[in-house]
Design a protein around this ligand. Structure first.
Ligand SMILES: Cc1cc2nc3c(=O)[nH]c(=O)nc-3n(C[C@H](O)[C@H](O)[C@H](O)COP(=O)(O)O)c2cc1C
Length: 200
């Protein structure tokens, strides 16, 4: 049975353009694979704290030496990693805010990047410890940056996901959403067509 992990980060929650595209994909995927379980994380409504010294120290303290508060911090991270491991595919709704990924998504990433859990360092460089699985990313942007240096998201997401072992990553982009109604309508239509292609 398929298990989808859908990770949303739009500050407009369900109404975000990235969320709506991800939802469209998840609906189609669930129809194609009856019995699919969907676990949705809304990082905007339920943000994780920033990774600070206290939290990082909890991560790197040996399990038997952790205080109760450190155990609680690690348990939160362990749960996120377990959800990632259990998923047969991962879906990210990815808005662009101020030329980057949403800060709530960065906090999520900071909580799943754990040495010895999701990656390890070796003499030949880092090795991802998460079993590879398809990742689908639905990116929404006011401007149009694909193929330019201003697309700070594509390379970053691919680099981070590969670092933990996820190399099978596909993107759907809705760009130019703040460049007039015509541009927006055209872009969303195009993105929906890309979703349909992915589901074929
Ligand atoms: C706080 C904020 C910052 C934004 N910064 C950018 C930006 O740097 N570049 C851009 O192309 N669009 C920017 N936008 C437009 C969003 O990318 C656009 O609204 C997109 O639909 C966001 O995805 P969402 O609808 O899923 O939240 C910004 C929007 C907001 C609300």
């Amino acid at each position: 049975m398929s298990k989808l992990l859908q990770i949303n980060s739009s500050l407009f929650t369900d109404q975000g353009q990235s969320t709506q595209l991800a939802d469209l994909f998840v609906k189609g995927y669930s129809e194609k694979h009856p019995g699919t379980e969907v676990n949705t994380l809304d990082l905007s409504s339920n943000p994780l704290p920033h990774l600070d010294g206290e939290r990082f120290t909890a991560f790197i303290t040996p399990a038997e030496e952790r205080s109760d508060s450190q155990k609680a911090i690690v348990a939160e991270s362990d749960k996120l990693i377990a959800e990632l491991r259990e998923a047969s595919a991962v879906v990210f709704a990815l808005p662009m805010y101020n030329f980057g990924i949403p800060s709530v998504l960065k906090s999520y990433i900071d909580h799943i990047a754990r040495a010895g859990e999701t990656f390890k360092y070796t003499e030949n460089g880092p090795v991802g410890l998460v079993d590879d699985k398809p990742v689908y990313i639905f990116a929404a942007r006011g401007g149009a940056y694909l193929g330019t240096d201003k697309d700070t998201q594509t390379g970053y997401m691919k680099t981070f996901l590969a670092f933990i072992g996820l190399t099978n990553v596909q993107f759907v982009y809705a760009e130019g959403l703040n460049m007039g109604e015509e541009s927006k309508a055209e872009s969303l239509k195009n993105a929906r067509e890309q979703v349909a292609q992915l589901l074929k």
